[in-house]
Design a protein around this ligand. Structure first.
Ligand code: FEO
Length: 395
């Protein structure tokens, strides 16, 4: 991609990573991803905001060459994770006069992760103003989106907010602006669900902090620029807020057809009671889809057979993630089948300490579900519908 001038002397240096299919060796990337750096040229100083994943750094260097940038005075490191900071060492080598500006917490993290020498680093304070000649940067600490050191940078004259991961989306695209690519909203939700969701409380605090400034565009470190910032800000308020949908997400895996029989029965019983249901066969489900379900669902059900006396490993993965991602659901039920013995119920509770107060019925049955099992499934459906009503969610 070529550099794009988004305001006078402010450039979007986006590097799509079309082929990347996994992030953190965990998160599926159906649409690839991108890493965005930004160049801001003042009358006195030239600033680079963030860098890119080292594997594709050459594309960032090419864009700087296209702009004939022969001097960078400061590199703002808004987040230490290596997909944004990993090319800083190369950048410091190419631009020997450059100093890295970072938050207090990032000062230590950049030394640890990138082995950067202290003399090339300078801490900026929360709210610090930085005059670069005709343009003014203000650094705004926005911790825990999604590391402790994260901060944003506000370009006052243009009312641009640079946010790195905050408001990002894993999306490789030729579109510079979100309004040009209709996939952005879904990609941003997926990103929020996979990466930001555990940090709802700091996110809400950071959103309040951002309410104090006027924003014309949000320039993230992944995905297109939000040229209608109110849209993504509203979505973040919803996702990080307390509202829940009249939705039960059912995560299930079945080996020989008995677990799925109970799942079918439950889903029908829920629908009959006016509860919306989304079901996820864990054999084929995408982790991002599951993470997104955790943002909206008022209740969850996990259904799995017993393997090696414990929970089926695909179910282990999903319940572990639901707990670590701090799913917003207020109730969780389970259906566990077994052949001769099972410790799956105990294991399930151990894997989900965050759900201690939220457990509903856990149904265990041996072999194929019996009439008694189906009666219990009916009871679970009643509990779920009752919970939704109690939460004030319209069925
Ligand atoms: Fe895009 Fe937390 O790195």
């Amino acid at each position: 991609m070529k550099p794009q001038e988004i305001r006078k002397n402010v450039y979007f240096l986006g590097v799509p990573h079309w082929e990347r299919r996994l992030f953190d060796s965990l998160i599926p990337l159906p649409d690839g991803t991108s890493y965005n750096a930004y160049l801001v040229k003042g009358k006195n100083l030239t600033i680079l905001i963030d860098t890119v994943e080292p594997a594709v750094a050459r594309y960032l260097f090419q864009q700087l060459e296209m702009l004939r940038v022969d001097r960078i005075d400061y590199i703002v490191s808004q987040h230490t994770e290596q997909d944004h900071s990993g090319s800083i060492p190369m950048m410091l080598e190419k631009y020997p006069e450059a100093t890295v500006l970072c938050s207090k917490k990032a000062f230590e993290l950049l030394k640890i992760h990138l082995n950067l020498p202290e003399e090339r680093l300078r801490v900026v304070e929360d709210g610090e103003i930085f005059d670069i000649g005709g343009k003014t940067l203000r650094f705004i600490y926005t911790p825990w989106v999604h590391w402790p050191e994260t901060m944003c940078t506000y370009l006052e004259e243009e009312r641009l907010l640079f946010t790195c991961d905050f408001f990002g989306s894993h999306l490789a695209t030729y579109s510079v602006y979100a309004s040009e690519d209709e996939r952005t909203e879904l990609a941003a939700k997926r990103y929020y669900a996979e990466i930001m969701a555990p940090f709802r409380s700091p996110i809400r605090n950071n959103l309040k902090k951002l309410d104090e400034i006027e924003i014309e565009m949000i320039c993230p470190g992944h995905g297109p620029i939000h040229d209608v910032p109110a849209r993504i800000l509203d979505l973040y308020r919803t996702w990080s807020g307390d509202s829940l949908d009249n939705l039960t997400s059912v995560f299930y895996v079945s080996m020989h057809g008995s677990t799925v029989e109970a799942v079918d029965y439950l889903c029908d019983a829920l629908v009959k009671r006016g509860v919306k249901v989304k079901r996820y066969d864990l054999v084929v489900s995408d982790l991002g889809e599951i993470a997104m379900a955790l943002v909206d669902s008022a209740s969850l059900v996990v259904a799995a057979p017993t393997v090696l006396n414990g929970l089926h490993p695909l179910a282990v993965e999903v319940v572990y993630l639901a707990d670590r991602l701090r799913a917003k659901a207020k109730g969780l039920g389970a259906i566990i089948s077994y052949g001769w013995g099972s410790m799956a119920q105990e294991q399930l509770k151990t894997l989900m300490p965050g759900f201690k107060e939220k457990w509903m019925r856990i149904i265990t049955f041996r072999g194929f579900p019996s009439e008694d099992t189906f009666r219990e499934v009916e009871e679970l459906a009643n509990e779920i519908a009752g919970l939704h009503e109690q939460l004030g969610i319209k069925l």
